[in-house]
Design a protein around this ligand. Structure first.
Ligand code: GUN
Length: 300
């Protein structure tokens, strides 16, 4: 039986509808629009295309955005100084700042990301925000991890007591998602609303022995490594939910980390690439930008 294909685009459109209404309320209260500034370094076509889709999505919900493009030869020090200038802003500070990754190899990526003030860190990459998430009191959660959680909730996937296996240990996806899935849901929120998922989580990586034996135990299998078709049908437990975070370009086509066709025959639910997790990453960025604007407005 073929798996149910989870439509990330449709869910992202619904989230955008909610956000548009919330942005309208914000504008009514504070007489300004939330603002996102994206720093784009160099001329990587894929990065330029992602940034374009982020700006277009911001416009759809009424968030102002600005893309600050700088040459690929820009140094670490110049980028840090640029990020600091954007943070205080000549025409008023940005609510959210995002430095599009990857940065050129000569740049110290961590140093540049650390220059984004935690309260403008809509990527959720700053150690302050990573620390809050690890302590179970998240503020800005990395967008892809938040998007995967939202997708699972929306699809009605049971997580409490289930075994989630994440293939990939990146700071951007694997680690924050593991924290979200393993965390306790907050007592004050409705089930699955902005808190943990009560899952049992295993993180696998390139040195994990017998990866297939581990992935076959997963009720929820998340592939986030950037290796085309790494997850084959034989690595999936029948009926499992398979979330494909991979975005790989093969012969000019976008493919995920999951061998989609054959895995569809085994999984219960599956996300496609494109049209699965990607649109949710963008929707969560917009949600984080609105949150940053609200927090700034409250601070006065
Ligand atoms: N490049 C690929 N994904 C991301 C992301 O989530 N944030 C940033 N800043 N760059 C990326």
């Amino acid at each position: 039986m073929a798996a149910e294909v989870l439509d990330g685009r449709a869910l992202a459109r619904r989230i955008e509808d909610e956000l548009r209404a919330e942005v309208d309320t914000f504008v009514g209260m504070f007489r300004r629009r939330p603002k996102l500034v994206v720093v784009l370094v160099g001329d990587l076509a894929a990065s330029a295309s992602y940034v374009k889709s982020k700006a277009a999505a911001a416009a759809r919900v009424g968030i102002d955005s600005e893309v600050v493009g700088v040459p690929g030869t820009t140094t670490t020090e110049e980028l840090i100084s640029l990020v600091r200038d954007i943070a205080v802003g000549r025409q008023g500070p940005a609510d959210g700042i995002l430095v599009q990754l990857p940065l050129p190899v000569h740049v110290d990526t961590v140093a540049v990301l650390d220059a984004v003030p935690p309260d403008q860190d809509v990527d959720g990459f700053h150690p302050h925000n990573a620390g809050l998430l690890s302590q179970g009191r998240p503020q800005f959660v990395p967008c892809t991890a938040a998007g995967v959680q939202r997708l699972l909730i929306d699809a009605g996937v049971e997580t409490a007591g289930k075994h989630a296996v994440i293939v990939g240990r990146s700071d951007i996806v694997g680690k924050p998602l593991a924290l979200l899935l393993a965390a306790k849901p907050p007592r004050t929120a409705a089930p699955g609303q902005g808190g943990g998922c009560d899952a049992t989580v295993t993180i696998c990586h390139s040195r994990s022995a017998d990866l297939a034996a581990i992935t076959r135990q997963a009720d929820i299998l998340v592939a986030a490594v950037g290796r085309p078709k790494l997850i084959t049908a034989g690595m999936v437990k029948p009926g499992a939910t398979v979330i494909d975070v991979g975005i790989n370009r093969v012969d000019g086509k976008l493919v995920g980390d999951v061998d989609f066709g054959p895995v569809c025959e085994v999984a219960g639910k599956i996300t496609p690439v494109p049209g699965g997790v990607g649109p949710l990453t963008v929707a969560m960025l917009l949600a984080n930008t609105l949150l940053a604007a609200e927090l700034r407005a409250q601070r006065g």
